[in-house]
Design a protein around this ligand. Structure first.
Ligand code: KIV
Length: 273
């Protein structure tokens, strides 16, 4: 069994995440979409970097994640992979790349691993994706599940409000979490669900439960980097803590640069050849 300090230094693997849960050590996860940001996140000691299909909203400027393609995800995952040494890199499977059938799901997950170099994939849904999860796990592709507010289903949810407040949906979520674990998922993301429910799920599973808007009583947390940096400011959900105000800093820097160019204050002789 590794010690706490080993865990901070060593390459993060799915086995290590399970060990961290067993030791009660919280797992820190963030999203990234390019090499520079991924390298900074990795150097800061974040354990898991998810190349999220949230790239749609925070990078591509779209309203939902539904239209992201596998080609987009392969491109961004490849960029992220190049910037990371220690963190586990997980690639999101986009909408309709794994729902048609388990063969297609396996083929697309395989592309994420072989072409982009990710170490695991993430997909949304419970019972309905378990056959695909089993097939991936059987051939050696680690899979992270995602339940609760699953943004790829926005057109059927119709709203981004908290999920599973009602008993029926909460029971279904608990059942789905157990089924995903049985199918071999190495971790499960729970998005925007009541704290108590998330705690119950985390306590009922051996694999880590990673929360986003799921309260503090889970095994780890994930946020979209652009949200927590204050870089993407179109929405500010209650579960996002802003650790910086990067958008303000960038606007200010761009403005100063434009002013200097117009005033012929940039470049100086020292900045010229
Ligand atoms: O796409 C994404 O960034 C995600 C996280 C919010 C969990 O799925």
């Amino acid at each position: 069994m590794s010690t706490h300090s080993d865990i901070r230094e060593k390459k993060v693997t799915t086995q290590r995440l399970r060990e961290m849960k067993a030791m009660g050590e919280k797992i820190a996860c963030l999203t990234a979409y390019d090499c520079t940001m991924a390298g900074l996140i990795d150097a800061a000691g974040v354990d898991v970097i998810l190349v999220g299909d949230s790239v749609a909203t925070v990078v591509q400027g779209l309203d939902t994640t539904v239209t992201v393609t596998l080609e987009h995800m392969l491109y961004h995952a490849g960029l992220v992979r190049r910037g990371v040494e220690r963190a586990l890199v997980v690639g999101d499977l986009p909408f309709m790349s794994y729902q048609v059938n388990a063969d297609e799901a396996l083929r697309n997950a395989g592309r994420m691993v072989k072409e982009a170099g990710v170490e695991a994939v993430k997909l949304e849904g419970g019972e309905v994706v378990c056959e695909a999860v089993r097939r991936m796990v059987r051939v050696g592709i680690p899979v992270m599940g995602h339940l609760g507010l699953t943004p790829q289903s926005i057109h059927s949810f119709g709203t981004y409000k908290v999920r599973a407040r009602e008993a029926e949906e909460a029971e279904a979520l608990k059942r789905d979490a157990l089924l995903l674990e049985e199918a071999g998922a190495f971790a499960i993301v729970l998005e925007k669900v009541p704290s108590e429910l998330a705690q119950e799920v985390a306590e009922s599973l051996q694999v880590p439960v990673i929360g986003i808007g799921a309260g503090p009583h889970v095994d780890g947390q994930i946020l979209v980097s652009h949200d927590m940096l204050g870089l993407y400011t179109r929405f500010h959900p209650r579960f996002v803590r802003r650790y910086a105000t990067i958008a303000d800093d960038m606007r200010e820097a761009f403005g100063r640069y434009a002013k200097d160019v117009r005033a012929e204050a940039f470049p100086t002789a020292d900045e010229s050849y």
